[in-house]
Design a protein around this ligand. Structure first.
Ligand code: MV4
Length: 445
């Protein structure tokens, strides 16, 4: 087992990783930018190294600074958390070259899933259902027109280097195709320095349901059930839950097996997530694979009573997984609390937290790095806390969330708590009657 892990991240996920390391008897190294010198991850780690200026490019994304911090502290592994360098194949490669274990998949696995068309081709070869569309990258607007005509409109054009919703264009009729083709290609070139684009049939009002998987270094892969992440706004998840209110035992079995096939196709090692789009007939299609621990991993941890960070570290250390699949035994819902003004287009609201009271009690988990007097810097993600409530039934978990949200006091900055309070009272949400379009029609009062 590793003796000392450097955590190449900040905020709540850095704390989350430190917690598991402490329980496993592993020493921890925090890294921090000058904007984060008073952060909890710096205080809770065994050692801390300043790696640069506030801008991420000067600190949390700066590979030479991170490698120097790992070398001077003698860390034998690096945990990247999520975001920042978590899905950077080059970084994983450099860690390896320095004899430091990157806690995650190999650079090759990151690359193969990072390019979306390559990932899709891999899934087709493995027999995982994918959304009908172009068999490879589009060569011309003419080809795009042909593919669209065969499938029928609406269609969606996606950037192969995109993901997470960046650089997508929905086309409703042939007259709009050429223009959208050119715009998508130019956007992809400008954003990703890669103008590869492909086309799919546009699935209207789908659900986003993802399967957590784990694979070890010996070729064994298992699934750890699903999360429903359909409640999103501008491709930012706001609420996640498990089990999905749309799930059936048969669908879980099928999606679980497809997810295992998907991960096995690349001999995946580490924890990861297979994202699916699910249509109203419960047809499901591979969308993307996330080769990292995700923000919403805690939802799965609570419904199957399992420490995913511990599993991720054990896999990286070469310990085999049990190989059994999991079914949710509880219901868990997570609300992401962001320092944003939900009444003002979710505009970021950084600044000093003057008053803080965090909820607690039965069936409530709060993962957060904030404290009274903490100053939320403007440079990074605006998420300040995740509340997870856990209960026997979905209705009880929602009631518990309403109660927990009512106890949460954060003064000094605006937060998304009012949004979540109104969502928890929404009739359609309570009925489990929602798709990825839900927040577009949601009016905050
Ligand atoms: C789609 C789609 C409909 N049809 N692909 C958004 C993020 C990226 N992972 C892919 N996304 C979508 N791809 C086809 N063929 C709709 C979306 C989509 C979406 C997906 C999941 C969750 C929220 C979403 C919001 C808007 C669009």
């Amino acid at each position: 087992m590793f003796k000392k892990i450097l955590i190449a991240n900040r905020g709540e996920i850095a704390l989350r990783i430190i917690r598991t390391c402490k329980e496993m008897g592993i020493r921890t190294v925090a890294v921090y930018s000058t904007a984060d010198k008073d952060s909890l991850h710096v205080k809770f780690a065994d050692e801390a190294v300043c790696i640069g200026k506030p801008q991420s490019s000067e600190s949390y994304l700066n590979i030479p600074h991170l490698m120097a911090a790992a070398e001077i502290t003698n860390a034998d592994a690096i945990h990247p958390g999520y975001g920042f360098l978590a899905e950077n194949a080059k970084f994983a490669e450099i860690c390896g070259e320095h004899g430091i274990k990157f806690i995650g998949p190999t650079p090759d696995m990151i690359r193969r899933m990072g390019d979306k068309m390559t990932a899709k081709e891999t899934m087709i070869a493995a027999g995982v259902p994918v959304i009908p569309g172009s068999a490879s990258l589009l060569e011309s607007a003419d080809e795009a027109r042909k593919v669209a005509k065969e499938m029928g409109y609406p269609v969606i054009i996606k950037a192969t280097a995109g993901g997470g919703g960046k650089g997508m264009r929905v086309v409703w009729q042939e007259e709009e195709l050429e223009n959208n083709y050119n715009m998508a290609k130019n956007e992809a070139r400008a954003s990703f320095n890669n103008d590869g684009i492909y086309m799919e049939k546009f699935v209207e009002e789908p659900r986003h349901i993802e399967i957590q998987i784990a694979g070890d270094q010996y070729g064994k892969v298992c699934h750890l059930s699903e999360r429903d992440c359909s409640i999103q706004r501008r491709h930012q998840k706001l609420v996640e839950e498990s089990p999905s209110p749309f799930m059936t035992p048969e669908l879980r079995e099928k999606m679980g097996e497809a997810a295992i096939k998907a991960a096995s196709a690349i001999n995946y090692e580490s924890v990861g997530t297979i994202e699916f789009l699910v249509d109203k007939h419960r047809n499901f299609y591979f969308m993307e694979m996330n080769t990292r621990i995700q923000v919403e991993h805690g939802v799965t941890e609570e419904v199957i009573n399992f420490d995913l960070i511990k599993e991720q570290i054990k896999i990286a250390a070469g310990i085999p997984i049990s190989g059994k699949n999991y079914t949710p035994q509880m219901h868990a819902i997570e609300c992401r609390i962001n320092a944003e003004d939900p009444y003002n287009d979710f505009r970021p609201s950084p600044g000093k937290i003057t008053v803080l009271h965090t909820p607690g009690g039965h069936g409530v988990r709060v993962d957060s790095h904030i404290y009274a007097g903490y100053v939320i810097p403007p440079y990074y993600d605006s998420m300040v806390a995740k509340i997870i409530t856990i209960a026997q039934t979905r209705e009880e978990a929602i009631n518990s969330m309403e109660r927990a949200l009512s106890e949460f006091v954060i003064e000094g900055v605006k937060t998304t708590i009012p949004f979540h309070q109104q969502l928890m009272r929404n009739e359609d949400f309570r009925k489990g009657n929602f798709t990825t379009k839900f927040t577009e029609g949601f009016k905050l009062v």
